[in-house]
Design a protein around this ligand. Structure first.
Ligand SMILES: Cc1cc2nc3c(=O)[nH]c(=O)nc-3n(C[C@H](O)[C@H](O)[C@H](O)COP(=O)(O)OP(=O)(O)OC[C@H]3O[C@@H](n4cnc5c(N)ncnc54)[C@H](O)[C@@H]3O)c2cc1C
Length: 299
């Protein structure tokens, strides 16, 4: 099947893209990497009146440093996230996890902004952006606003963005010293059944602080597990503390049944993967390079 007809515009600036969005009063869609949009068009699940191509807007491709904050343009591609030295140094979790998305072709085209707006509950980027406390900067006909990723989602594949808003940048605060990640996929290159990521800082006495645990694929959106993280605060991540956190993580999930897995299977996997990721985090303490990422895809 092919897409229904639409008008194509190539915007030369963010202001022009916003003006075009305004002109179409909600019936236009932004074209970024096209990795989700084009399949949706070809299956005729979406029939926008117009596509506004933002691939010619250079300012959206930039990676900038603003003091402790790292700012990525919405059009920064996954392949840039994989290889950019600033991202590798300042946001190592993002750089590591992006390699789990799709295949080389998808990563050459797909963008951070597109992934966040697509709002796939199994998406790796929404999970990592939530865990790292990122904020989305959006521009619309009524001006600009900042939306923490924690408040970006209205549900599965749904954001709080207005149809005439353009995501321009994603801003990340300074990242914690230690990170870990693992996900379960049915097969190589498939979307994840579930993903778990954790961050934290380890003090000189071996006590952990600032822990955060995030889960993807087990609710309408990526979710944090604050009670599980709080149970570990001030501990040395001993096995019994990890076990308690793994059980507490079950309180925040509401897993779906879909073509990839049943809700029951996802529920079974959550404590298994929380334990695995926290054990990785513990191993990333003093003497390690500062970043620990578990081997991720397991089939
Ligand atoms: C074979 C395959 C495998 C994949 N595997 C994975 C995977 O393992 N994990 C994963 O997370 N994803 C996966 N994806 C999806 C991929 O990550 C998409 O690239 C991503 O979801 C959308 O990014 P995009 O830049 O391609 O956006 P597009 O497809 O261009 O757009 C997606 C949506 O976001 C909107 N949009 C895009 N940019 C903006 C913006 N700046 N402001 C406002 N709205 C905007 C569009 O209008 C559209 O509604 C896969 C895709 C394919 C084809």
């Amino acid at each position: 099947m092919k897409a229904a007809s639409f008008v194509y515009h190539r915007a030369g600036s963010t202001a022009e893209a916003v003006t075009l969005l305004d002109d179409y009063q909600g019936s236009a869609r932004i074209l970024a990497g096209g990795q989700s949009l084009l399949p949706m068009l070809n299956m005729r699940l979406w029939r926008p009146g117009a596509l506004i191509d933002i691939n010619g807007i250079d300012e959206l491709t930039r990676v900038r440093v603003e003091g402790p904050t790292t700012v990525l343009g919405a059009l920064v591609r996954y392949s840039t996230i994989e290889h950019d030295p600033v991202i590798a140094e300042r946001l190592p979790l993002l750089a590591r996890v992006v390699r789990h998305i799709g295949d080389r072709q998808v990563r050459n085209r797909g963008t951070l902004g597109g992934s966040l707006v697509q709002a796939d509950p199994t998406g790796e980027m929404p999970l990592v952006c939530l865990l790292l406390g990122a904020t989305v900067r959006a521009m619309g006909p009524r001006g600009s606003r900042e939306i923490p990723v924690a408040q970006l989602y209205a549900g599965s594949y749904a954001t709080v963005l207005d149809p005439d808003e353009l995501v321009t940048e994603i801003a990340f605060p300074a990242a914690p010293a230690h990170v870990a990640f693992a996900e379960r996929c049915r097969r190589h290159n498939d979307f994840a059944v579930l993903s778990v990521a954790a961050t934290g800082d380890r003090g000189p006495g071996g006590r952990w602080s600032g822990l955060r645990i995030g889960l993807g694929g087990v609710a309408d959106t990526a979710v944090l597990a604050p009670a599980a993280a709080a149970a570990l605060d001030g501990t040395g991540l001993a096995d019994d503390a990890i076990e308690q956190a793994a059980r507490l993580a079950l309180d925040v999930i509401d897993p779906p049944t879909d073509v990839r897995a049943s809700a029951e299977y996802r529920r079974h996997l959550v404590p298994v993967y929380v334990r695995r990721v926290l054990a990785e985090l513990r191993r990333s303490g003093p003497g390690a390079s500062g970043t620990s990422t578990s081997n991720g895809r397991t089939s």
